[in-house]
Design a binder for this molecule. Structure first.
Ligand code: PGA
Length: 253
């Protein structure tokens, strides 16, 4: 079965509720032409999830959250649990983004626990992996990504695994305007798919969608998405501008 292209917008800590609603109003019609040929998700900040969920009704855009806590409830001041996100209408949760890893101390083991929580709540994870510039220059890209993939994803069945989304985001390409070349990205995506084959078998690995993320823009999306193992994009900066995000959504449609 062909993997359906999946474009997700990670809004990070941007947009008030009013700004979010204004963006969504335009976005709905800007991406409606792809219908179900491309899956489209947006991940606004927590504060905007509820109003945005309502504003997305009867659209072809689904809702994602940017992180969650691994526990269902409890004394974790300031945190948000997966069932709370499900209740608001989220379909996906981004986990292990490099900003969470670098700025908030997230680890592969922690991401692994969050993946369990997200599945248990009836949502699907978008698990982010990727090397720093130092790691790439040291020739360690594939081994770093291997450690992350195994640490985040071990212990899950092939049935769950088939529905996971992985996002390969080289840290040096995030928000920097530097994109991995399509060849560099394809090499890592193919490696990730072979690792997934080791975890769940080749058939399941062939069903998992692997997004590329890191300075994806309207003018480089088509080239990246033309690679055999690049099944979509996780878009930061360009997801905040309707025309740019819509152009990326349409790049493969
Ligand atoms: P960027 O961010 O597109 O702004 O580089 C990507 C991401 O952080 O997911």
């Amino acid at each position: 079965m062909a993997r359906r292209c999946f474009i997700a917008g990670n809004w990070k800590m941007n947009k008030t509720v009013a700004e979010s609603l204004a963006l969504v109003r335009e976005l709905r019609s800007a991406v409606s032409m792809v219908r179900d040929r491309v899956e489209v998700a947006i991940a606004p900040p927590f504060t905007a999830l509820h109003p945005v969920a309502k504003a997305l009704e009867d659209s072809n855009i689904v809702l994602a959250a940017q992180t969650c806590h691994a526990s269902e409830s409890g004394a974790f001041t300031g945190e948000i649990a997966a069932p709370m996100l499900k209740e608001l209408g989220c379909s996906y949760v981004i986990l292990g983004h490099s900003e969470r890893r670098q700025l908030f101390g997230e680890t592969d083991a922690g991401v692994n626990r969050k993946v369990s929580a997200v599945l248990k709540a009836g949502m699907l994870p978008i698990v982010c992996v990727g090397e720093t510039l130092e790691q790439r220059e040291g020739g360690n890209t594939l081994s770093v990504v291997e450690t992350q993939v195994k640490g985040c994803l071990s212990g899950f069945s092939a049935i769950d695994g088939a529905r996971f989304v992985i996002a390969y985001e080289p840290v040096w390409a995030i928000g920097t305007g530097k994109t991995a070349s399509s060849r560099q990205a394809q090499e890592v995506h193919a490696h990730i798919r072979s690792l997934l084959g080791g975890l769940w078998g080749a058939e399941t690995a062939g069903q998992v969608r692997i997004q590329y993320g890191g300075s994806v823009k309207a003018d480089n999306a088509a080239e990246l998405l033309s690679q055999p193992d690049i099944d979509g994009a996780l878009v930061g900066g360009a997801s905040l501008k309707v025309a740019d995000f819509a152009a990326i959504v349409k790049a493969k449609a």
